[in-house]
Design a protein around this ligand. Structure first.
Ligand code: NI
Length: 140
């Protein structure tokens, strides 16, 4: 494995609760070190992005997102973004999970590149906890 031979050292700042959650998972999954966990998390992130860039052609799929209801202006922003993509959004379902967390499922159909742009825009908003995109090709 030549890929991981050259190690770079980085310093990052994280919210305490994010790191606590991460450490809990690492502990549960038996990781030997936090560094190994972070390397794995970055690999997963990279793979997910590569996989997302393969979303091409006519597609049908769902975007599943979790976000913070209390984040100022976020609800309006999310609605505005979705209106901007009304040609590819077929339906959406909103569930108020707790007092401050929302789960939203958006059904999409259309050009893969556009679907990907929509998912990335939603992902980039402050207060959005997670966005997952799952699509299938419409062509046989
Ligand atoms: Ni809600």
């Amino acid at each position: 494995m030549t890929m991981d031979d050259d190690l770079s050292r980085i310093g990052i700042s994280l919210p305490k609760n994010l790191l606590d959650q991460f450490d809990k998972i690492l502990n549960y999954r038996g990781y030997s070190s936090r560094s190994e966990g972070i390397r794995d998390a970055i690999r997963t992130y990279n793979t997910y992005y590569k996989w997302m860039s393969d979303v091409k052609g006519e597609r049908e799929g769902v975007i599943t997102m979790v976000y913070d209801h209390d984040q100022r202006g976020l609800l309006v922003t999310i609605t505005d973004i979705q209106h901007g993509f009304n040609e590819i959004i077929k339906a959406s379902l909103h569930s108020h999970v707790t007092d401050n967390r929302c789960l939203e499922v958006i059904l999409v159909h259309g050009d893969g590149a556009q679907i990907k742009t929509l998912a990335e825009k939603l992902m980039a908003q402050k207060g959005v906890e997670s966005v997952k995109l799952t699509t299938i090709s419409v062509e046989d």
